[in-house]
Write a protein that binds this ligand. Structure first.
Ligand code: NAD
Ligand code: ZN
Length: 373
């Protein structure tokens, strides 16, 4: 085994249109150049898209890793607030690429969270009708979710992610060390997406989280490499079977139907996305149990793991009827049936339609009690 192979877990995303490695491990930024060269031996220069903050924290390590393999990095910085995830930002970056002499052979590198990744992916999909890009995710959400799967895009005034393209990266390099600088709340919020993957698709990851949550919360690199590697495996498998989100990929929305409603009702302030998803998983677990789809023991285990991540901020103080109305408002926006992804047992979930209003309202009532000790 080579040194490079020892330091990382390698997963492969295989879809009908793409095949690429996902490297997960500690200290991979320092190997970025060698790893790029293993895929593109002639590479001499890359364009790194990042935010001022992430570049300040991790840019030097990345640039050194690239330089060590004879690759020069040109950094183009963008504001990575959600409000900046707009076409305007893509246009400005494209202008900068042109000024820097980037041609159709250019390789972009997205160094940052999901905002930088989604913008860079869309820029790569459209610049000169498409160039290659590497995802170097630096948040837990980006490492476990947004960096793989090829969904790229920006927001419109009318809604999130409404302008975009499917464009897979050349590779994904997830260095768990970059997570060391994430604020605690940001980190925990991302962890709920790991829990989500376990519940919907990997019972042994779920058991791992039950036994090792303290190590994962302490960001212990080995525990993280295992947890992330397995969670990514769940996503990679599903994306491989349903690249364009027409069926099975919907399972990845576990907790998101309720979660989006909670997110909207909290005005995107009280709850982080992951926290809203956690509440959404709690509601979905209750709903599944109520419909007789999920054994009580499994429901209890799911709630326990959610609680073990930490104390969830309070839900927006609104009545269940208001949440119900919001579920329908979201449905209308996306022009689709009101569907719920519900857990059937640990490691398996299913899309369920035609759930009655009464059952939905009942699962929302006194939701906070479900996670109080
Ligand atoms: N394409 C997809 O499949 C997909 C999936 C899930 C989410 N998303 C998108 O991802 C975005 C959310 O991404 P996110 O949760 O990564 O948040 P983010 O990109 O908004 O980053 C959150 C904050 O963390 C900072 N940050 C990033 N890395 C850091 C680090 N290592 N240390 C310290 N601070 C760091 C950023 O500067 C930012 O302020 C949303 O726009 C969402 O729509 C896309
Ligand atoms: Zn999510």
């Amino acid at each position: 085994m080579t040194a490079m192979a020892r330091d990382a877990t390698t997963l492969w995303v295989r879809t009908p249109t793409a095949r690429y490695p996902v490297w997960v491990g500690a200290g991979l930024l320092a190997q970025s150049g060698r790893r790029i060269k293993s895929l593109r031996p002639g590479c001499r220069q890359v364009f790194v898209i990042s935010s001022p903050r992430v570049w300040r924290l991790h840019g030097t390590t990345l640039a050194a890793g690239l330089r060590a393999a004879g690759i020069r990095a040109e950094a183009l910085l963008m504001n990575d607030r959600e409000q900046a995830k707009r076409l305007e930002t893509v246009e400005r970056l494209a202008g900068r690429l042109l000024e820097c002499g980037a041609d159709r052979g250019a390789l972009l590198v997205a160094l940052g969270g999901g905002v930088v990744g989604d913008v860079t992916g869309f820029l790569a999909a459209s610049y000169m009708r498409g160039v290659e890009y590497l995802q170097v995710p630096t948040t837990l959400v980006a490492q476990v979710d947004s960096a793989i799967g090829g969904k790229t895009g920006v927001n419109l005034r009318g809604g999130k992610n409404l302008l975009g393209a499917f464009h897979h990266p050349l590779a994904v390099l997830a260095d768990v060390r970059t997570l060391d600088t994430l604020p605690e709340r940001e980190y925990r919020s991302g962890l709920y997406e790991v829990v989500k993957c376990a519940v919907l698709g990997d019972a042994s990851l779920f058991r791992f989280l039950e036994r090792n949550m303290a190590a994962v919360l302490a960001r212990e690199p080995r525990a993280l490499r295992t947890a992330l590697g397995r969670a990514l495996g769940v996503k990679a498998r599903i994306v491989g079977r349903d690249e364009h989100d027409r069926g099975e990929r919907r399972l990845l929305n576990l907790g998101h139907t309720f979660g989006h409603a909670f997110e909207t009702l909290s005005g995107y302030r009280g709850l982080r996305h992951g926290e809203a998803v956690a509440w959404g998983m709690v509601a979905a677990t209750r709903l599944a149990q109520r419909l007789g789809l999920l054994p009580e023991r499994d429901a209890r285990r799911i709630l326990c793991v959610v609680v073990s991540v930490g104390r969830l901020p309070a839900l927006p103080r609104v009545r269940p009827e208001r949440v119900y109305a919001q579920l329908f408002a979201d449905k209308k926006k996306q022009d689709r049936e009101l569907r719920f992804v519900l857990p059937r047992r640990i490691g398996r979930a299913e899309v369920v339609e035609g759930v009655s209003r009464g059952d939905i309202l009942a699962s929302l009532r006194n939701l906070s009690n479900a996670v109080s000790a």
